[in-house]
Design a protein around this ligand. Structure first.
Ligand code: XIL
Length: 324
């Protein structure tokens, strides 16, 4: 495995193209592990807090916010001219236990959602450049996911959230983010309709994030390209927000090469789209990745190994970004 440091980091190469390259970040290792912090600084011009802007961590009690960990990430980024991508203002997971009881009526749910977005997006109005306003609102069969927000507020909750985010953070790019919608399928059809309707209703929606938690041989690139195309034709900016490519463990030289070719194909396909704005991986080193916990028996999903050494996937990204 080739050692870094490379002559040009992904950060530099992405910046030359006016793009973001980045990763999600966790504050504990950021403070404790200098090699991890240095790697993020060297390779990323954008960072997303992995968990620390989600409702549970940031809003632990009805009248109490805990911004400490999110603030630490924002300070780290700001100190080095790195942009911050906020994640996320409306989701069905990682919500605090108090939420369903407190949001026990339409009025209460609306007030709580508005206040939360005003507090969180408002606090970072100057520092968070893009927000995943709504995360994963669509189920695999294309229906709206049955979440607390849908139950209490009906389908209008999405437009409501985007408007509240625009009010709180008028400079931020506002995104809809989801998984399993990379290629044309029932889910991406439904998301396309949903976003088209939101835009038609005048909601302040600027972009769409494709999470890209990938496995196997990765998405069919032709179907991925056609899908990107149709979202771009709505006038939306395109982002890859949470890329990882999990491998069966232990890895082999062949599986690492296969992984690199998935990374390469994905980025190449994105670069063909004029409104593609950036790509983020869900972590930067295999030392800190949600994959082994979430998908037992798999891992090694990121561009750097556990020792922060560049893997073939990293070199693939770099080669593609360096091409004219
Ligand atoms: C994951 C985090 O990586 C984990 O640390 C946490 O335990 C669960 O959430 N889609 C998303 C992310 O939008 O917020 C998820 O992050 C991964 C799937």
């Amino acid at each position: 495995m080739a050692a870094v440091p490379p002559p040009h980091s992904l950060r530099d190469l992405a910046a030359c193209r006016g793009l973001w390259f980045g990763a999600c970040v966790a504050p504990t290792p950021l403070a404790a592990e200098p090699d991890y912090a240095a790697l993020l600084r060297r390779e990323c011009n954008v960072l997303t807090p992995e968990n620390d802007m989600k409702w549970g961590p940031i809003h632990p009690a009805p009248d109490r916010y805990d911004f400490s960990r999110a603030d630490a990430i924002v300070r780290f980024a700001e100190a080095d001219g790195i942009a911050v991508h906020g994640h996320t203002l409306v989701w069905h997971n990682q919500n605090p236990a108090w939420l369903p009881t407190a949001a026990d009526s339409r009025d209460a749910a609306q007030r709580i959602l508005r206040d939360h977005i005003a507090a969180v997006a408002g606090r970072y109005a100057r520092t968070v450049a893009a927000w995943d306003v709504v995360n994963e609102a669509v189920a695999d069969d294309g229906t709206l996911r049955r979440t607390l927000w849908l139950e209490r507020l009906g389908p209008d909750y999405l437009a409501f959230a985007f408007r509240a985010a625009a009010e709180a953070a008028p400079q931020a790019r506002l995104l809809y983010n989801d998984f399993g919608a990379e290629v044309i399928n029932a889910k991406s059809d439904a998301i396309h309709r949903l976003l088209s309707d939101l835009l038609g209703a005048g909601a302040p929606l600027h972009g769409v994030g494709f999470q890209c938690h990938l496995s196997g041989t990765g998405p069919d690139l032709e179907r991925f390209a056609r899908n990107l195309e149709r979202f771009a034709s709505l006038g939306l900016d395109l982002y890859v927000t949470e890329l990882d490519v999990r491998l069966p463990l232990p890895t082999t030289p062949e599986s690492l090469e296969r992984q690199a070719s998935i990374y390469r194909g994905l980025l190449e396909t994105c670069l063909q789209q004029p409104t593609f704005r950036g790509l983020q991986t869900w972590g930067i080193t295999d030392r800190h990745s949600w994959i082994p916990g979430r998908f037992p028996g798999t891992g090694a999903a990121l561009p750097f190994d556990e020792q922060c050494r560049a893997k073939p996937a990293y070199h693939a990204l770099r080669t593609i970004l360096a091409e004219a």
